[in-house]
Write a protein that binds this ligand. Structure first.
Ligand code: FAD
Length: 288
């Protein structure tokens, strides 16, 4: 179906999720540019296939049954163009590399995101953030595909909120224009390392995971599910190869041989324990 494009068939999804679990996808296609992406979407429609865009799979638990359709990955959308303090960045560029490019170009602002194993597209769609920052603080415009049309959406149209945006499941993000500030590259480097070390100290980065499983609850007082899970004494609880991290109770880790079923069962178990104390957090991760 996708002979003229870069395409993999019958692919192990565990290689495409940071949880390292999941079954097989029928196809993963890697368009080289917008034209190819548009052609691929037409083929998908014509053949009545289901499809989904994904970035680095750092927020997706792929089911063990696999994905009986077409996954599209924008790794070739890796544009990086600087105009003064603005930069146009392709959706498929990963944040480790993006931060290195920004550092070399003396552009400061995203250092907090160094260490998040995501693509820019995924981060924008989810309005990812940490250390009190979120990507919404830096986005000026987003170039998207709606249907087969390329549109430019400005900040006010993106309806950013905590770990969400109006882009999710509606648009394919192609690239974004970010507003940053000039800074000495050495200062930027020091900040990046500082944030990365803090993450490594507090999070189980040495194990496969999907980051925080649950969103914090923004009520009258802010409730942190990780803290509540810890208070309930659930750190270290295991189902199969999935474990509630002993380092950070908000992370479920793959300690070896976990299946997506193990991970999902552990999520459901934590939800039942939190429900017993009247807490019902929203999941941050997606199951596909
Ligand atoms: C160790 C670890 C640490 C983490 N730390 C943080 C953190 O500090 N802060 C935080 O916010 N998150 C964190 N996360 C979670 C995760 O990195 C974010 O949710 C991130 O935004 C997901 O990006 P991704 O490219 O991996 O997207 P994926 O997981 O591949 O996809 C996530 C969603 O975005 C959609 N999507 C991806 N790309 C596009 C696109 N181009 N156009 C349209 N839709 C798209 C997908 O369809 C899916 O709905 C962490 C995860 C891990 C594993």
């Amino acid at each position: 179906m996708f002979e003229e494009f870069e395409c993999l068939e019958n692919v192990e999804l565990s290689n495409y999720s940071t949880m390292r679990t999941g079954g097989k996808a029928k196809y993963i296609v890697f368009p080289k540019n917008v034209k190819e992406l548009q052609k691929i979407l037409k083929i998908i429609k014509k053949n009545k296939q289901k499809y989904c865009i994904f970035g680095n799979g750092s927020n997706i638990l792929f089911k063990d049954e696999g994905f009986d359709g077409v996954l599209i990955n924008l790794k070739h959308f890796n544009k990086f163009e600087v105009f003064g303090e603005s930069v146009y960045v392709g959706a498929g560029i990963n944040l480790f590399y993006l931060n290195q490019l920004l550092q070399k170009n003396g552009l400061s602002g995203l250092e907090w995101s160094y260490g998040i194993p995501a693509t820019l597209g995924g981060l924008v769609v989810n309005n990812g953030g940490c250390f009190g920052y979120e990507i919404a603080d830096f986005v000026e415009e987003v170039f998207v595909l709606k249907g087969l049309k390329v549109l430019v959406l400005n900040r006010s149209e993106l309806e950013f909120s905590y770990r969400n945006s109006s882009l999710k499941h509606k648009y394919i993000v192609l690239s974004a224009k970010l507003k940053l500030k000039h800074e000495n590259p050495e200062v930027i480097k020091a900040k990046m390392i500082d944030y990365l070390e803090t993450k490594r100290k507090n999070q189980p980065c040495e194990y496969p995971s999907l980051g925080s499983i649950f969103k914090k609850i923004n009520g009258k007082e802010i409730l942190y599910p990780a803290k509540l899970i810890d208070n309930l004494g659930l750190k270290g609880v295991k189902i199969g190869g999935a474990e509630v991290s002993k380092k950070h109770a908000g992370f479920l880790i793959n300690v070896g041989g976990a299946t997506s079923r193990d991970v999902e069962a552990l999520i459901v178990f934590l939800e039942s324990k939190l429900a017993e104390i009247g807490v019902f957090p929203e999941r941050e991760i997606e199951i596909l």
